[in-house]
Design a protein around this ligand. Structure first.
Ligand SMILES: NC(=O)c1ccc[n+]([C@@H]2O[C@H](COP(=O)([O-])OP(=O)(O)OC[C@H]3O[C@@H](n4cnc5c(N)ncnc54)[C@H](OP(=O)(O)O)[C@@H]3O)[C@@H](O)[C@H]2O)c1
Length: 239
């Protein structure tokens, strides 16, 4: 059996790290993409100590040249990658979800919207463009880690930067899933639910394992699985 490889952004902590661990336990070699060398090394060593094949690549998804350098490093390692998890994400507004008024759209300035888009939408966009040539031989799976806060059907007030950037990420899922169907590359959005991470905070209702399981599901779909959908716990949800 040939080596299966999964590239995961923001894999040094939170859902990215847990997804790396779960896919690693399934036998995938994990390419951890992290912007911070120290925590990236620690995460990589932790996975290795659990018997997982893990390799660290440093990149900041908001920096075009940094992602190009990542591409060059991956190319010097391999010509095929099976899975891309666009997990790295930020909420630049307050993550105090009990106080929406702190993140009112009337207060948030456009610079914050731009920064949100750089990380949550444009980074994933460049990563997808980067990874497709690595998937053309065998097909592949791309998972955009999105959020219920980006659902138009449930759209509420406040957190405009986070919400808009995740809605736009979902648009990328639709656009790329159509273009990549002929190559057997499946592209799906996944909402992990409200998970206890630095972003989700201690009051979140779900464990890391519960949050990561839906991401792993979308990363390991077989050829009969869906593409171009939005899922939570493996079940379709509205856009
Ligand atoms: N937790 C939730 O309840 C929840 C709910 C819905 C969706 N999500 C989504 O799930 C994903 C993971 O979130 P999380 O809860 O695990 O958050 P987290 O614990 O705050 O982790 C975020 C990760 O993204 C990385 N990152 C941020 N900006 C980056 C950049 N420019 N380049 C590279 N890496 C970058 C961080 O790296 P550093 O350590 O260097 O900062 C960190 O590894 C996000 O896309 C988030 O929107 C989370």
């Amino acid at each position: 059996m040939s080596e299966k490889k999964a590239l995961i952004t923001g894999a040094n902590r939170g859902l990215g790290f847990e997804t790396a661990r779960e896919l690693g336990k399934k036998g995938y070699t994990i390419f951890l993409v992290c912007r911070d060398g120290q925590s990236g090394s620690e995460a990589t060593e932790k996975l290795k100590s659990e018997g997982i094949n893990a390799e660290l690549y440093l990149a900041d998804v908001t920096q075009v040249e940094s992602v190009r350098e990542l591409e060059r490093k991956i190319l010097s390692r391999t010509d095929s990658v099976d899975v891309l998890i666009n997990n790295a994400g930020v909420i630049f507004e307050s993550n105090d979800f009990t106080h929406p008024e702190h993140s009112s759209a009337l207060r948030v300035d456009r610079a914050l919207l731009m920064r949100s888009l750089e990380t949550n939408t444009l980074g994933p966009y460049q990563l997808i463009q980067m990874i497709v040539p690595f998937m053309t031989k065998k097909g592949g799976r791309i998972v955009n880690v999105s959020s219920g806060m980006g659902q138009l059907s449930e759209m509420g007030g406040s957190w405009p930067g986070y919400r808009i950037s995740k809605t736009a990420l979902n648009a990328l899922t639709r656009i790329f899933s159509e273009e990549l169907k002929p190559q057997n590359i499946k592209v799906n959005s996944v909402c992990p639910g409200w998970v206890r991470t630095d972003m989700g905070g201690p009051n979140a209702t779900r464990s890391l394992q519960e949050g990561a399981s839906g991401i792993v599901w979308a990363a390991t779909l077989d050829d009969s699985g869906p593409t171009g959908g939005f899922f939570r716990d493996g079940q379709p949800i509205d856009w």
